[in-house]
Design a protein around this ligand. Structure first.
Ligand SMILES: *[C@@H]1O[C@H](CO)[C@@H](O)[C@H](O)[C@H]1NC(C)=O
Ligand SMILES: *[C@@H]1O[C@H](CO)[C@@H](O)[C@H](O)[C@H]1NC(C)=O
Length: 265
């Protein structure tokens, strides 16, 4: 029973760390070189365009497939597959103590994203962008290793895992202020909120328990109840993700003048 419980905890943590991040997690480093001019194949929009939302939507849509190779003109590294590198998570809740580490985690599918809706507003120097998008299918795979202590029992499951996510939709809201620097207008983001929804999820992992038949029983249970687990973990995982995304967004916009993307005549 104890080993089933700890196997269960391993899978739940895998879900949490793969879908989102946990402590001990960092995004791969990106070098943001200052940009003063855009390559001709980078789409831009005009602030005065009456259909600016449609223009921004088309622009994002044109760039998304290029995430495969990265867009060096925009300081965007290759993101499909996206390599998460190493991450680890520790927990300590009295009777249960443990650490789970993951390596070689690869996420596929980001370049297949579809932009459904864009709502952009500029008022005085305040920018607000709301976006709806979805990814038809994503796959995350990697290796895991855990050390778990439950009362006096010590368990060390390890193996490989993969998680298939279908119809991952994302509603994001960001806002910030424009400011002038060296003759250009830049954007400083103050807020970035994201609300991801998952249509369906399937997780596979081996090595949870020595007995393969029991391993499968545990997986079946989790695949049946993933929705409840996901809902329970979402607030905590988003609380870790959002500051990371805000930081990455601000590093990105500190190197890239906003007036190159949305021009003013
Ligand atoms: C997940 O891993 C299992 C076992 O290696 C494999 O049978 C299955 O095809 C994998 N799923 C995907 C979507 O790659
Ligand atoms: C995908 O998810 C969105 C939002 O939850 C939903 O509106 C849409 O119908 C779903 N699409 C498919 C193909 O299931």
């Amino acid at each position: 029973m104890a080993s089933v419980l700890s196997a269960f905890i391993v899978v739940v943590t895998l879900l949490g760390v793969s879908l989102a991040a946990e402590e001990g997690f960092t995004l791969p480093p990106v070098e943001y070189k200052p940009i003063t001019k855009l390559a001709a194949d980078i789409p831009t929009c005009r602030q005065e365009d009456a259909n600016i939302n449609e223009c921004i939507k088309q622009g994002f849509q044109q760039l998304t497939p290029r995430l495969k190779n990265g867009i060096s003109d925009l300081n965007i590294p290759p993101m499909d597959p996206f390599l998460l590198g190493k991450s680890s998570y520790n927990y300590n809740s009295g009777v249960l103590q443990g650490r789970i580490a993951m390596r070689n985690v690869v996420v596929h599918g980001l370049s297949e994203g579809i932009i459904d809706k864009v709502d952009y507003r500029l008022k005085n120097n305040h920018v607000r962008l709301e976006m709806l998008s979805h990814i038809p299918q994503m796959l995350a795979e990697g290796a895991y290793k855990a050390d778990i202590k439950l009362n006096d029992m010590k368990i060390t499951p390890k193996g490989t895992f993969n998680i298939t996510l279908t119809n991952v939709s994302m509603k994001s809201r960001s806002s910030g202020e424009l400011y002038e620097r060296d003759g250009h207008t830049y954007l400083r983001l103050a807020k970035l909120e994201a609300e991801p929804k998952v249509g369906d999820m399937r997780i596979y992992a081996n090595g949870l328990v020595p007995d393969p038949a029991l391993n499968d029983v545990i997986l079946d249970f989790i695949n049946q109840y993933w929705r409840q687990l996901y809902q329970a973990m979402l607030p905590e995982t988003m609380a870790i993700w959002e500051p990371l995304m805000l930081k990455a967004g601000n590093d990105f916009f500190a190197a890239l003048p906003f007036d190159l993307l949305v021009t003013k005549d």
